[in-house]
Design a binder for this molecule. Structure first.
Ligand code: ADE
Length: 231
């Protein structure tokens, strides 16, 4: 899968995507990630990428002409058209279903906004999907883009290694994860639930299922809505 990122802060992408599973996916050629600086597509002497909002108001708005040129350049870098995703708190809220849909695309082009956002004509004419990572406002779309890249990478076949599967995890069936324990079995008098040491696989599976249901009921009852028989 190929992912292109359009940003005013390419340096933000150094580091977080160079560790662990995402790093290995890139090294293995499963994820082909490219970061592009929007400012390189500004045409004036001052390399202006934004301007005051028409109608007044706070902050600056990213210019449609600069974004258009930047996107056209990025599109030309690979044969696949690419699904254009704009990260914005005004988008649909990211969840496991959307992550899977995006992971099935051959190419994503992520656009990171800054300041008060981007000119709506860019959104209207070029953006396929507007995505928010939650109901809070960040200073820009860079962290949301990295969240999306991380979440999508886990769904690229082979990225988690042979044994693991995102299918077996939290949210695949709409429930939160059960608690996990490892050695030592006793620490400062805190013991591990007896059943996990029993070696009885069916009992362990039933206990974990119960824990997942209880946690979900307590912490995220919204996930159970509309489910007739989650057990
Ligand atoms: N840009 C600023 N805040 C954001 C959010 N919560 N989700 C996506 N993009 C954003």
């Amino acid at each position: 899968m190929r992912i292109d990122v359009l940003t005013l802060f390419p340096e933000a992408f150094r580091g977080p995507l160079d560790v662990s599973i995402v790093k290995r996916a890139r090294e293995d050629g499963l994820l082909d990630l490219h970061i592009y600086d929007i400012r390189e597509h500004a045409t004036d002497r001052h390399r202006t990428v934004d301007d005051y909002p028409f109608g007044g108001g706070q902050g600056m708005v990213m210019r449609v002409d600069v974004l258009d040129r930047a996107l056209e350049f990025v599109r030309g870098q690979a044969p696949e058209r690419g699904l254009v995703v704009y990260l914005t708190p005004a988008g649909e809220r990211l969840n496991d279903r959307i992550v899977r849909e995006l992971a099935a695309e051959p190419r994503l082009i992520l656009v990171c906004g800054r300041y008060e956002g981007v000119d709506e004509r860019f959104v209207e004419h070029f953006v396929d999907r507007e995505i928010s990572i939650g109901d809070y406002v960040l200073t820009g779309g860079e962290l949301p883009a990295m969240v999306l890249i991380d979440a999508v990478t886990r769904h690229i076949p082979g990225a988690l290694g042979d044994a693991a599967s995102p299918q077996e995890e939290s949210f695949a069936d709409g429930l939160l994860e059960h608690p996990q324990y490892t050695r030592p079995a006793e620490y400062k008098g805190w013991s591990v639930p007896e059943v996990l040491l029993s070696g009885h696989h069916a009992k362990i599976a039933a206990w974990r299922r119960q824990q997942r249901l209880e946690r979900t009921r307590r912490r995220r009852p919204d996930l159970l809505e509309g489910k007739d028989d989650p057990a």
